[in-house]
Design a protein around this ligand. Structure first.
Ligand code: ADP
Length: 697
């Protein structure tokens, strides 16, 4: 088919259509030809039947005429027997004429053809009255000459005898010689009316539906008898009637009636069969059309399915119950870089399994094929290997393949290449981290001024102790000179004690300054990202130095309320400290802005109802930071967590958005509400470490 299409330049579908229609046309033409031939043959057969019957009838009629003529000759011979007198002859003759309508005249003639006596038929009024008998003499003489020659009956050729009523009859003479002792002594001449021969001598059954006539060899009609009926078709049969001295043609015509659709059983049968055949053909054509349409619909549906599969970006793969790959779509092939031929029929391990993971995948697949475990509806992630060896993450969604009998025949899987998604996630995570670092740095920047203020004290103390020590050291020789030798000992000892005390103070102050710097340094530097169990107290302790720094500067009292025996929370310590610090800082700044009298910052940790946080192993701890600031007006509330939203001149607007991200990353919830009588309470939750021992409060 495709080769033919290539050579004709037509699309294969058109070629098959063309071929199909030409086959149909050929079939219809053949059937039509067959039917026409059959009907024609049936008609011809029927006609030949009629013709044969007609031939038979004609032969019968001819036989009838011949035997009647022979009988008539015998009757005429009987007329002459026993040398009758003329009167007796006349009697007999008139008797015969009554019996034989075909004779119109009987004559007894002598050897010289002189008429001795004659009788006319009683059925006609003197037939020879118009022309006279003498007019026919030549015919009679010829017939009798023949009769003499044959020594038997002889006939003249026929001639037309006009009648006195204006009509006429075709007649023929029969001459029968009368021989006595070898001498012709006379003749009996009988005049036959040809029409009456046909009417009287032929069996009536033969003429019921046909016309019988005598004609000459050239077809000139001499006499006719029968029903002059005309139909669509005339059948004709002719046979020679050769009499001694005369030869005529007996002709029979028969008509077939008005054209009949079903002239006989055969034709009817053939016609019925033809109609049945045509009906079957039509039904077949209709069925064919329906099939063609169904085929077309099916082809369209297939083409649609193919187009759909080809345009999908999701990889599709079907496997049978033995784990053989039975189908892959182009997207899947593009994803793994193998051609369908390389994949189809493959069992475990599939060529796109990374060798290091093949064992694990095989186990997973065996479980799946054993039907022990349904695949998760939301799909699962896996790693595949391209043909070039590179790995990529995929999301696989599997479902059983059920056929139309409701029986599972395999598994259908959809694949999504999630490399790009992973990359985006990575980018967003990195930017999140950068943002958090920035926020932290911003905090530090803010703290730098506080730090300098805080460092001032120890540094001033160090400097004054150092000055005191130097003074002591400078004053030593003078002391020694002024005191006596015994006193000198005592004075030296007390000076050394003073110097030592001052040096210790210096060391203390330096350590204090170092601690301040370290607290900031720790805060900025510590980057371990692990989730670890952390006691709530530890968290508060870590931020307290920094909180106190600011609290001291702004004159805020800090109160922590921590129940005893609280479990540890599972968290990223650094990040949570940052959250607490941010909230505390915001609270203190708010109170400072509102010039609250006796501002107090309350940081509280308590257990919260586990029911409110379904899914957690052992419940949640709630951290709250409360202030008595101005509260947060409605329009600001809505934008509070938007990055870079701030109402402060030196603010970055990153604090709260970072806090919410961190808390949500831990699975917790960050929110706020109004404090009574005024201010705001920020609350967030963190999951309790499941391994942490439950301690009674
Ligand atoms: P920043 O502190 O840099 O402005 P934040 O995201 O931490 O950024 O805070 C956003 C805004 O939320 C602040 O500018 C302030 O207007 C408001 N806000 C935060 N905490 C409080 C609070 N405790 N009381 C009143 N307003 C607050």
């Amino acid at each position: 088919m495709s080769g033919g299409a290539a050579s004709t330049g037509m699309p294969p579908r058109h070629v098959s259509m063309y071929l199909r229609w030409s086959l149909w046309a050929l079939l219809i033409a053949l059937v039509a030809a067959l039917l026409v031939t059959l009907v024609w043959l049936a008609g011809r057969y029927e006609a030949s039947q009629v013709q044969t019957k007609l031939e038979r009838d004609t032969a019968d009629a001819l036989g009838d005429i011949r035997s009647a003529l022979t009988r008539n000759v015998q009757s005429l011979q009987a007329l002459q027997s026993g040398n009758p007198t003329r009167a007796a002859w006349n009697d007999r003759a008139s008797q015969l004429l009554r019996e034989h309508r075909e004779w119109i005249r009987l004559e007894w003639r002598d050897a010289a053809l002189g008429t001795l006596t004659s009788m006319d038929t009683p059925y006609r009024a003197s037939p020879f009255a118009r022309l006279g008998r003498a007019n026919a003499h030549a015919d009679v003489a010829l017939a009798c000459a023949n009769a003499r020659r044959f020594s038997g009956p002889a006939y003249s050729s026929s001639y037309f005898l006009p009648q006195s009523d204006g009509l006429g009859v075709e007649v023929m003479e029969l001459c029968l010689p009368q021989v006595t002792a070898g001498q012709t002594t006379g003749y009996v001449v009988a005049t036959y009316a040809l029409g009456e021969i046909l009417a009287g001598l032929v069996g009536p059954q033969l003429m019921r539906s046909q016309e019988i006539s005598f004609t000459e060899a050239d077809g000139t009609r001499l006499a006719l008898h029968g029903t002059a009926r005309r139909g669509s078709r005339v059948f004709t049969s002719q046979q020679l009637l050769d009499l001694p001295g005369n030869t005529m043609v007996l002709r029979m015509d028969s008509w077939r009636g008005a054209p009949d659709l079903f002239p006989n059983v055969l034709t009817a049968l053939v016609t019925a069969m033809s109609i049945a055949l045509v009906v079957v053909l039509v039904l077949l054509a209709k069925d064919m059309r329906r099939r063609l349409r169904a085929e077309q619909d099916l082809a369209d549906a297939l083409a649609f399915r193919k187009a759909m599969e080809d345009s999908l970006v999701t990889g599709l793969r079907a496997r049978d119950l033995q784990g053989r790959i039975t189908y892959v779509n182009p997207a899947f092939c593009a994803m793994v870089g193998f051609s369908p031929e390389e994949l189809l029929g493959n069992t475990m391990p599939a060529p796109y399994w990374p060798p290091e993971l093949a064992g694990e995948y095989r186990k997973r697949q065996e479980i799946r094929l054993a039907g022990q475990q349904a695949p998760p509806r939301e799909g699962y992630e896996s790693v595949f290997m391209r043909k070039d060896g590179s790995r990529f993450p995929v999301l696989i969604i599997e479902a059983p393949l059920i056929n139309h009998h409701g029986v599972q025949t395999g598994w259908m899987s959809a694949f999504l290449d999630i490399s790009e998604q992973r990359r985006v996630e990575e980018i967003s995570r990195a930017s999140q981290e950068r943002m958090q670092a920035t926020a932290r740095l911003a905090t530090v920047g803010e703290m730098a001024s506080l730090l300098s203020h805080e460092l001032n004290q120890p540094l001033a103390a160090i400097s004054s102790y150092a000055t005191g020590t130097i003074n002591l050291l400078k004053a030593r020789p003078a002391l020694q000179a002024a005191a006596g030798p015994g006193d000198a000992e005592v004075a030296q000892a007390s000076a050394l004690a003073d110097i030592e005390g001052a040096m210790r103070r210096i060391a203390e102050q330096a350590e204090r300054a170092g601690k301040v710097i370290k607290s900031v340094h720790d805060f900025v530097r510590r980057r371990d990202k692990e989730r670890e169990p952390v006691e709530p107290q530890e968290l508060l302790d870590a931020i307290m130095p920094l909180v106190s720094l600011q609290a001291r500067k702004l004159g805020v009292r800090v109160e922590t309320r921590l129940r005893r025996g609280l479990p540890a929370v599972l968290c990223d310590r650094t990040m949570v400290e940052q959250v607490l610090l941010n909230l505390a800082r915001n609270a203190m700044q708010a109170m400072d802005q509102a010039h609250v009298a006796d501002p107090c910052l309350v940081i509280e940790v308590r257990r919260t109802g586990a029911a409110a946080q379904a899914g957690a192993g052992k419940g949640w701890l709630e951290f709250s930071v409360a202030d008595q600031g101005p509260g947060i007006p409605e329009p600001i509330q809505r934008k509070l967590f938007t990055p870079f939203f701030t109402t402060k001149d030196e603010g970055m607007g990153l604090g709260l958005s970072m806090c919410r991200t961190v808390v949500e990353q831990h699975g917790g919830f960050l929110g706020f509400e109004s404090n009574r009588p005024q201010g705001t309470i920020f609350r967030f939750t963190l999951p309790v470490d499941p391994a942490s021992p439950e301690r009674p409060a």
